[in-house]
Write a new protein. Structure first.
Length: 159
């Protein structure tokens, strides 16, 4: 039985294991989510460059064209509001800590429970929406200089 409910979360799944990506994508779509798939870091960056509707990136640490941590850096530099949940089949504390320091929302090891992923994605989506609203408010704030406005926005993005 399919669980259908409306969701505004748009996922980008990034992993070189195509059967894994397709299975997760199908299960998320059955639950009403929109899902794009990429099988390399470069594919992911290309999709992000062409689509501004992605909310959450599910990003594998090990990719055929490089380290997922480097892709995370590029994503957070170019799209600082985009939330990223890192995944890996090779649990390592140092990669988890590094990815969180670089701005990943969370970290999961494979195999993971889909409901746990969805719960984390909803929390990440809430944080994204809150930060977007705070930035909007900062941009609309009267009587502050452009420098003060930029500093305020930088602080919001660091949260």
């Amino acid at each position: 039985m399919k669980k259908n409910f409306i969701s505004s979360i748009n996922f980008l799944l990034v992993d070189d294991e195509e059967p894994f990506v397709e299975a997760i994508a199908e299960r998320l779509r059955e639950r009403g989510f929109t899902v794009d798939c990429a099988y390399s870091g470069m594919d992911a960056l290309n999709i992000l460059g062409n689509k501004d509707t992605i909310d959450i990136v599910i990003l594998d640490i090990k990719l055929p064209d490089g380290d997922g941590i480097n892709i995370l850096r590029k994503i957070k530099t170019k799209y600082p509001l985009l939330e990223v949940i890192m995944i890996t089949g090779y649990a390592a504390i140092n990669s988890a800590v590094e990815s969180l320091k670089l701005g990943a929302f969370d970290y999961l090891t494979k195999p993971f429970d889909l409901d746990n992923l969805i719960l984390k994605a909803k929390k990440a989506e809430n944080r994204k929406r809150e930060r977007e609203a705070q930035i909007h408010d900062a941009r609309m704030k009267p009587y502050i200089s452009e420098q003060e406005r930029n500093e305020l926005i930088s602080k919001i993005l660091e949260k």
